[in-house]
Design a protein around this ligand. Structure first.
Ligand code: NAP
Length: 342
């Protein structure tokens, strides 16, 4: 971000693109649309419209964000305003209480209707656990029907996702919040391979092993919380959490480039190969994030220096998905290299 807050438009053709295994291209930075329970639908929808006006073409949506209908009004206006639908990249996600095959199809149709689109570019299984919990609930909340990852059940959901591709309602399907052992199984059994995996990625949580695995398997990593989610809800904070925006290495590089530390996080993400999806409703901030992806790259030395500040600091731990009393959140992430047994 320019320190003075430059909100001039950025030519979308100057934003790097990712080529997926299908040959389709995805803009290498997108706008997140999760208001973190604090930013309302109207404000997020206004940001979508504003962001498109300054050059964003990629929007990361989800039914659980509770704002797809408002975002859809903006998308409709963007297309009416002259941006071709084919030049937009819109992602949505099926929520955890809609994993039954018929629910997947219905949920996708609802997102399409809300977003005022005929097709989605990417549709993700938001979490690999079919556990309902009310939006905004505390991390100590547990569903009495909570289940672990059951691969056969996931594949039933995945078959419905594949059907969405067959019906041309979505161009690509993908996963989110997965681990290497879970993805290995999905890759073994999928008819339509995941095109992308959305995962937490920022300089303090680089997930090198999972990152390498998805890249080697032709799956595009999409990085959520690319700035370390400074606006995340209180329930998602623990005393151990650290902030990449406050890291001395990031701050020194930011100073050298005359930008905000957020811009350094975006540059690192784009140059490393993931697709960051920073959230912002502030025009100066979202403009700065797009500009960071398009201009003034980091040097190899700067990239290497950031590579060394990983703290394995997961911010979105997913506690509400735990299925057994006394479990720690690490069980959700298969830290031992195998799927945590039921
Ligand atoms: N798949 C999943 O399970 C999953 C999970 C979490 C998130 N996501 C997706 O990832 C997106 C991003 O994650 P996130 O929103 O948690 O975190 P984030 O993008 O790391 O951080 C967003 C916060 O940073 C601030 N910010 C943005 N640009 C800035 C800049 N240039 N300078 C200073 N501050 C800046 C924003 O405030 P202002 O609005 O004031 O700029 C906002 O508070 C979400 O919106 C959602 O689409 C997906």
């Amino acid at each position: 971000m320019s320190v003075t807050g430059d909100i001039r438009p950025i030519d979308p053709s100057s934003v790097p693109q990712r080529r997926l295994y299908t040959g389709a291209t995805m803009p290498a930075v997108g706008l997140g649309t999760f208001g973190s329970d604090a930013v309302g639908a109207a404000e997020v929808a206004a940001a979508v419209k504003g962001a498109a006006a300054i050059g964003y073409r990629h929007f990361d949506c989800a039914s659980v964000y509770g704002n797809e209908s408002a975002v859809g009004e903006s998308l409709e206006a963007i297309v009416r305003g002259g941006v071709a639908r084919k030049d937009l990249w819109v992602t949505s996600k099926v929520w955890n209480d809609k994993h039954e095959p018929e629910d997947v199809i219905a949920s996708c149709r609802k997102s399409l209707a809300d977003l005022r689109l005929d097709y989605l570019d990417l549709y993700l299984v938001h979490w690999p656990f079919p556990n309902y919990h009310p939006p905004g609930c505390d991390v100590s909340s547990r569903s009495p029907n909570a289940k672990p990852y059951i691969h056969a059940d996931y594949m039933k959901t995945w078959r419905a996702m594949e059907e969405l591709v067959d019906r041309k309602l979505v161009r690509h399907i993908g996963t989110s919040n997965m681990t290497v052992p879970k993805l290995k199984l999905v890759l073994r059994h999928a008819r339509v391979k995941p095109a992308a995996n959305e995962m937490e990625l920022h300089p303090h949580f680089q997930q090198p092993e999972l990152f390498r695995f998805v890249v080697e398997n032709g799956i595009q990593p999409i990085g959520y919380c690319p700035l370390g989610s400074p606006g995340r809800p209180e329930r998602d904070r623990t005393p151990e959490d650290t902030s990449p925006l406050d890291d001395p290495v990031i701050r020194a590089i930011a100073e050298r480039h005359g930008v905000h530390p957020a811009a350094v996080c975006i540059k690192w993400a784009v140059q490393r190969g993931q697709t960051p999806i920073p959230f912002s409703v502030n025009p100066r901030n979202y403009a700065a994030n797009l500009r960071a992806a398009a201009e003034d790259p980091l040097s190899d030395d700067e990239m290497e220096a950031i590579g060394r500040i990983d703290r394995n600091c997961r911010l979105i731990k997913g506690q509400v998905f735990l299925w057994k009393d006394g479990q720690s959140w690490e069980a959700l992430w298969d830290a031992e290299g195998e799927i945590t047994p039921p």
